[in-house]
Design a protein around this ligand. Structure first.
Ligand SMILES: [Mg+2]
Length: 377
């Protein structure tokens, strides 16, 4: 655990913001079901009554549980309203939905992401540009992402682990001489899955979660995924590390990776779970990989809170097909080749540790501006 000893505001009321609790759309029932799952998992009292007389449990669950199988990061409206009633208002931004997904009116304006300049730093340059420009779809995503990451780190610093998976050996082909391990988050990093089948998507998938349960999702793949996998394959062992349900993740990976470049899938049971409802990905649970050679790309910053310098941020993907983040990410990751310790590379270019060390977003942006200006001169 990190030794974040600074005096921090009491952020426990932000509990519903955690990934585990937040799903998109009107999910008040789904929210309760998630609570039930957590209570069952951790041996506490079951707080949700399910009508076993009138409806088979499996069918009943299928209505309420769907969203809990997918890790989501968008706040729902109920949560947002609750939070807006609470002071201080400085936290309002956390609950401003970036984009509503639950109606036909929610389609993203088709703003094309501009190509980067020569002096371009992955994530950092876009962030600085977003703070100096008018709001548009991508600028807003960057700003919201930084704000949410900042608050997520503050939350994590006050949370306690209530479940930690046992460390394990992850099989590796002895002939595989690739130096680096790349862990990729799934939802909102590589794909977006919607439960609203009216929304446009690339593919509708039926995912069998159990003999009685089939989850139907509309899958949208982030542009550039295939090219990224093929480009990075010679240098990185590529593994999915998601906080979503394992069966769901495997089915999605089966579809998005027909060439079987992704070698393994780690899922929710491999994540730590905190008393604030966060699924944190402790990279040290994999015993036979070096942290100095492991990178985790994740749209949720708290996922890599226990190894901040191994984390690479990425803004979330929902369904905007003009998103170019995977192409930019690929170039960033190729840049690590040759480094003995990936953490040095991330510290040098991403400086994600600033989110943990500094007290305001302005301080972080100022340091990022300095990084860009020093490159120009
Ligand atoms: Mg994610």
């Amino acid at each position: 655990m990190r030794g974040h000893q600074k005096s921090l505001p009491n952020l426990r009321f932000l509990k519903p913001q955690s990934t585990a609790r937040i799903t998109q759309g009107n999910d008040s029932i789904g929210f309760k079901f998630q609570e039930q799952q957590n209570y069952q998992r951790f041996g506490k009292e079951n707080s949700l009554q399910i009508d076993k007389n009138n409806t088979p449990v499996s069918n009943n669950i299928s209505k309420v549980a769907k969203q809990s199988f997918i890790q989501k990061t968008e706040p729902n409206e109920t949560t947002q309203k609750k939070m807006e009633c609470r002071k201080p208002s400085v936290f309002k931004f956390l609950y401003r939905p970036i984009l509503k997904q639950n109606s036909e009116q929610s389609l993203t304006p088709r703003i094309v992401q501009p190509l980067p300049e020569i002096n371009y730093f992955y994530y950092v340059s876009d962030l600085v540009a977003a703070y100096g420009a008018k709001d548009n779809y991508f600028n807003r995503l960057f700003k919201d992402h930084l704000q949410q990451s900042f608050m997520a780190f503050k939350q994590c610093a006050t949370s306690k682990i209530i479940f930690r998976p046992k460390p394990f050996i992850l099989a590796k082909d002895p002939k595989d001489t690739r130096k680096y391990t790349l862990l990729l988050d799934l939802d909102e990093t590589l794909v977006h899955c919607s439960l609203d089948m009216r929304l446009p998507c690339d593919k509708k998938l039926n995912i069998k979660l159990s003999p009685q349960e089939i989850l139907q999702v509309g899958l949208t793949i982030r542009p550039g995924l295939q090219t990224m996998l093929e480009t990075l394959q010679p240098h990185f062992e590529i593994i999915i590390f998601t906080a979503s349900h394992g069966q769901y993740a495997k089915k999605i990976v089966e579809y998005i990776d027909p060439k079987k470049i992704i070698s393994k899938v780690l899922s929710r049971e491999h994540c730590c779970f905190t008393d604030l409802g966060q699924y944190v990905k402790d990279l040290s649970i994999v015993k036979n990989r070096f942290l100095s050679k492991t990178i985790l790309v994740d749209n949720s910053a708290f996922s890599y809170f226990y190894q901040i310098d191994n984390g690479v941020p990425i803004i979330p993907f929902y369904e905007n097909k003009s998103d170019k983040q995977l192409s930019l990410l690929t170039k960033y990751l190729i840049g690590v080749i040759g480094y003995e310790d990936v953490r040095e590379y991330n510290q040098q270019y991403l400086k994600t540790y600033l989110l943990d060390k500094l007290d305001t977003l302005e301080q972080i942006i100022d340091i990022y501006k300095g990084q860009i200006n020093s490159k120009k001169t």
